[in-house]
Design a protein around this ligand. Sequence first.
Ligand code: SF4
Length: 362
Amino acid sequence: MISNINYWDLDAVADSIIRGRKLTDDNLRELLSLTEEEDIQKLNYVARKVRDHFFGNRVFLYSFVYFSTHCKNNCAFCYYNRCNDIQRYRLDMDEIRSIARAVKNETIHMVDLTMGEDPYFHNEPEKFVDVVKAVKEETGLPIMISPGVMDDTTLTKLHENGANFLALYQETHDKDLYRKLRVGQSFDERNHARQFAKNIGYCVEDGILTGVGNDIESTIVSLRGMENGQPDMVRVMTFVPQEGTPLEEVDQESSLSELKIISVLRLMFPDKLIPASLDLEGIDGMVHRLNAGANVVTSIISADSSLEGVVNYDRELEERDRDSKSVIKRLRSMGMEPASQAEFNSIIEKRRTKPARIPVVA
Ligand code: SF4
């Protein structure tokens, strides 16, 4: 790559990535420094070309079930941190089963079971194993768990009982920034859980925040940190200041930086899953993220659901336009299609039968 995107042969750059070219730190610096919308659109074009080579026009859809908003932690960026005086809920088993039955009737490839680090489940992990078993039983679908950091024994039990994917975002691999964001939590334990899960046959997702004190060098540290863990799915999300949190007063950046990083992720992880979350800007935002190179739509919830998202751009809106039917309609208007369940299952199966062998942080 040369130092001005206007001199790139965009198709040739895409082809070189498809053939296995790796980005250097200088390449990353160059791409992350782009500020002009026109330049970022060129980068988005290259990323789409790479994605289309590996995935065609097929998109994966994940349903989001935030079943407990209780949490023992104090992350500075999070609305659900334990110090925030908000209304919280924890669904009981009947409610979880009934949501799972509703999910079964939608076009969804995987169910994402998310909670804060709720002591109710973390002190007695068997209760969480029961939730996974019940949702598996009701849906028969692959299950992603997003429970925070759990120990090796619990991760193993969850995997044996139907959990296929672990989502555990580091948020940043820059240790100084980590200390400010994930206040009082171990950097290494978080990495360890993801690596351990991967080695026993889970697919894993790592993710970072942008617009939260990360400059270009810090972002490169995070991108390389994610790369070292060899995740199956990589995410970036724009930081959105949340009421009642220590970072409430921070100015929110536009989504341009996120769109740029999504494209950079596609060039670094050409054949991996990269999500376009509905949680930040709904279906219009999903379109921009897919156009930047994403290939998964996450945070789908049924039209009448009152469950929480994580960022919840639509917390105040009466109608929540993020059900699978609305998503698919918009995908088709973009010339894209939901993938088949078999296509998604083959990704899960490949990892299950060929677990990774990466060094685990003690
Ligand atoms: S990010 Fe997760 S672990 Fe941190 S406070 Fe929020 S819910 Fe808890």
